[in-house]
Every structure is written in structure tokens, then in C-alpha cells.
Design a binder for this molecule. Sequence first.
Ligand code: KIV
Ligand code: ZN
Length: 510
Amino acid sequence: MSQLIIFDTTMRDGEQSPGASMNKDEKVRIGKALEKMKVDVIEAGFAAASPGDFESIVAVTQAVRESTICSLARAVDGDIDRAAEALKAAERARIHTFIATSPIHMEHKLRMTPDQVVERAVYAVKRARNQVADVEFSCEDAGRSDIDFLCRVIEAAIDAGASTINIPDTVGYAIPEEFGNNIKTLIERIPNSDKAIFSVHCHNDLGLAVANSLAAVANGARQVECTINGLGERAGNASLEEVVMGVRTRSDLFDVHTNIDTQIIVPTSRMVSSITGFPVQPNKAIVGANAFAHEAGIHQDGVLKHRETYEIMKAEDVGWGANKMVMGKHSGRAAFRARLEELGVTFDSDQDLNVAFARFKELADKKHEIFDEDLQALVSEARTIDNKYELVTLEAHSQTGETPKAKLTLSVEGKETTVESEGSGPVDAAFKAVEGLAKSNANVQLYSVNSITSGTDSQGEVTVRLEKAGRIVNGVGSDTDIVVASAKAYINALNLLESGDKAHPQTDGV
Ligand code: KIV
Ligand code: ZN
């Protein structure tokens, strides 16, 4: 049985989901969780995209020592050198360089001839190889590239020193049988294909990312690029949990194994959802709240008699039920710090720890049992951006037959101001009051509330997606009072809108 390498790109392609930005500390937390899950390669970002991305990669290389850490780089000197610099401290470093190979991208985006593209690919791989031993080369938009041209460029990239060749279905266009056959053809036809691992990177525009990835594995691919919860550009990437559980559950069909500790899947899914503000749909495979819930009586009866009648996987194998009551009102600072450290959260200073601990005590006063998920949300909320707005107090009034009202005191760059408004409900009133002051003119694209744990004393976790001049951000907030959680999420989104933007890896070529 050969190993299927799991390459996680939650922090790079996943971060390209509109609004799914992650800061340095959040990336370190995710990186540690992925390492604990035994992910082989972690694409921590795109070093040349922004100083923030660069610093996040550096921080991940310092915090994560077991997994290979990778940075994306276009096939240009500046990107490759910046990636190498960011990866300097890594125990195991990989540069992932790419150039588009489809006729439509070469002609209209790159404005380069196929010969120039081959030449540039070879140049980029060699430049990367001069700086690190492990180089991956991707043919962007391979799903729409000519197979003869792919053979040519890939053979040259392997000769130049690439040890992983990635075949992305960048626009999610492929169909499983076709994609699997293409992988087989490439491996058979490229004379030096035995010198590289073939990898796939599938997008989900037609809902086929996982199916295409599995078809590729059945045809010889030995690395799959994927993301937690299937996060990623547009409709997302192949979801890590589905790929891993697919090959494991159907080991009768796939002659591969992964290193993944599957019990870490659900906690990591929760962490990524809470950091990015992307809720997980209840019917999402493996990690959705309903993934192991049986509603129909006939199913429940079957499962009670013999679990395998309706269940092909065990919920506990993917980490369901692992959420233990970890802390309560009487837990001390040392226990709080120790539990957060186990979750990958460390504090830069005693002051940061004190602020988080004070929040924890406040929560413990309202909520009897505190779970890991509550701690994750508590830390996620303290996103370390320079916050222009902070919520100080909120008073909401709603009564049947009366117009709902909200009154908030906000700190704006350190100065307190009180605002109030009416609305169709207390949340609407709170948003209107804040907007009346901030005058952001941003559009609310999404408002969603999820309970973090079960029980009516659960914290509500709210996501507010704001759009302004094409820029999208997701604000998150949590509280046992969902009006407060909503106001926090709205304010968090406003603060994110105020913070900077960064370059996108696929906006331009060379
Ligand atoms: O989808 C894609 O083509 C990519 C590459 C940069 C690997 O994300
Ligand atoms: Zn991609």
C-alpha cells in the first residue's frame, strides 16, 4: 500500500475564499492543529502576496516542525526569492511555483507563447531548486490544458528538478472519469514521470472536487491538495476530511493509506470555521452537525440494532464526541493557559493572557460548562487587528407590539460614544445604530447564527459578511446573548474592512 500525501492549502487557497482572511496567530493555531492531525505538507500562504502573509509563513515555520511547510510563488524571481526567505527557518521547506498552461490562460492572461511558458517553468523550478531541495511545480488550469503540451512542460519541469508535479483543475471543469484518465495518461507518457510524485488540486465549481481527486488517486496520483471544510477560491477546493475518509472507508478500492489522525478532523473543522467565519452547513459530509444524525425511524431502529446498517464510518473516528467539558467557573489561570496551549493558542504577554482570562471568567459566569469550542471562539474573537471600534455596552429592547430598539456604547479609537436606533428586530436595530456612527456604506451580504455547543445556554456564534467596493470581509462574534454576538460580529467586520488588503496569486501571471 503506498502513501497518499495530504497537502493542506486551507491557509493559502482556503484564504482566497471571499472574506476568509486569517491573521498570523490564527494561522499558527491552524498550523499546529494540522500538524497534530499529521498533515504531510502545509501550504502556509503566498509569501509575496503581502507582508502579513510573509510573516505568517515565518511564524508557521517556527511553530510547526513536523509537517513540511510550503509557500506558493508565481514563476517570477521576486515571488520565488520571497518564498525562500519566508521558509528559511523551516525544518522541511517546499516552494510551490506555478504557471498557467491552458491556451486561454497563455494567450489572454500571460500573453506568452507555449515555448515561452516551458522556458519560464524550467527557469522558475531551477531558481527554486537553488534555494530549497523540495520544489513543486503546478500547471495552472491543467484541467483545460492540451495533454501533449502538459507532457512537454511537465517533463521539462521534472528535468529541471521538480519532485512534485501538481495538476490543478483550477476552474473546476473536469469530470471524474476524464480527469482520472488524464492523470493515467500523463504518468504513462511522460518519460521521467517516475522521478516525481503526481499531485492533484481540484476546485469544486461543479461539486466534483472530491470525486475528481479520488479518480486521480485511483489512477496513480499520490498527493491530494485539499482544505479543511472544503474552503477555497469560489466554490472551494476538495475537502480534506472527505478525501481522507473516502480512501480510508473504501480501502477495498484505493490501494493507499494516509498519515492523518482522523480524530482531529472535527475539532479542526470547528476551529477553521470559527476563525474564518465560514459556518459549516449541517449536512456537510463528515463534519456537518447532521453527518451522523439519523432522523427517519427506520434508520434509527436499524442503527440501534446494528450500527453498520446505516453507518459507514464511526462518528468518534472523525472526532465527534471529543468535545469534553473542559473548564468551569472555578478553573484557574494556569489550567486556562494549559488548555489553550493544548489547542495551539499561546500568549505573547501576560497582559494578553489576563485579557483572555477575564473574558473566560465573564463567560463562565453566564455559562456553566465551558467546552473547547467555547475557548476557540473566545480566542477567535480577540482577532489581533488594530480595532477602530470596540463594543463597550449594549442594551436591547424588544416586546411584542413594540418597535425594537438598541442602544450601544462604542469605543471609537479609544473615545466612547453612545448611539441608538430602532429596527425590525433588536439585531437590525443594533446594526443600524452602529452603521449610523460608522457610515461605512457596506452591504451586509450574509448574517448567520450558529450555536457553538448544544444546549440552550450555548454561545451563539454569528458571522456577518460585509462587502464594500468589491472587498469582502467576514466578521465573527460570539456570546450567550445572540444580540450581543451579532453586534460584536458586525463591529469585527467593520474593523476588518478598515484593515489592509493583499494581492491575489491568480490575478496576473509573469
Ligand atoms: O487552482 C489553482 O490552480 C491553484 C494553483 C496556484 C495551484 O491554486
Ligand atoms: Zn486553487
